[in-house]
Design a protein around this ligand. Structure first.
Ligand code: URA
Length: 203
């Protein structure tokens, strides 16, 4: 059992963090979920991408960004010239939250208490990896990194320096692109997303 108030020591490996997060009981989301979906990628990655929370397929596979949003992200990263294998991918919240509708499990947004409870794992990943560049995908990730006052529409695509010297910006979440129905609107929003990701190459 993880004590909700316990600090996570600095001198642990990513594998040890993952192992500890697998047993986290700091909020109730662990119970209905299949498993903790911890971050994934090289321990020496210079770039970290932070999503919101795992979806249905991530919950089943235990890996971040493997479902439809992840596939769109892969495509966008490739178009932006960023290799997914060189990036550490994680989420602000590490359990799938859902409501049951018959056989289906519908995505539900983690609340403020659940986001706060999961914060220790993101902080530990940031301390362990010390990425030089961070991209927040969506408002939940952006507010975890920049604070609750952050407004995505106003500040997307703008680099900011964090206290440890890392550079970070926020952009939209790929799942938002998947929800756009109008093809022209979706195409334009996707192009803007790829443009934002290209910032990683020109920093
Ligand atoms: N959306 C996210 O924010 N994270 C995932 O891992 C999958 C979908």
């Amino acid at each position: 059992r993880t004590d909700p108030d316990s600090a996570i020591p600095d001198n642990v490996t990513l594998a040890q963090l993952r192992e500890a997060a697998a047993r986290c009981r700091a909020c109730p989301l662990w119970r209905p979920a299949t498993q903790t979906v911890f971050g994934e990628g090289p321990a020496r990655a210079r770039i970290m991408l932070i999503g919101e929370q795992p979806g249905d397929q991530e919950d089943r596979s235990g890996r971040p960004f493997v479902g439809p949003a992840g596939q769109l992200l892969d495509r966008a990263l490739a178009e932006a010239g960023v290799a997914r294998q060189a990036v550490y991918l994680t989420n602000a919240v590490k359990h799938f939250k859902f409501e049951r509708r018959g056989k289906r499990r519908l995505h539900a947004r983690a609340n403020a208490a659940e986001q706060a409870a999961c914060r220790r794992w993101l902080d530990a990943e940031l301390r362990r990896l010390r990425p030089r560049q961070i991209v927040c995908l969506g408002a939940m990730a952006a507010q975890a990194v920049f604070g609750r006052a952050f407004r995505l529409l106003r500040e997307r695509g703008a680099w900011r320096e964090l206290p440890d010297g890392a550079m970070a910006f926020a952009t939209v979440h790929p799942a938002y692109l998947l929800r756009l129905r109008d093809p022209a609107e979706r195409e334009a929003a996707y192009a803007a997303f790829v443009r934002d990701l290209r910032l990683l190459r020109h920093a």
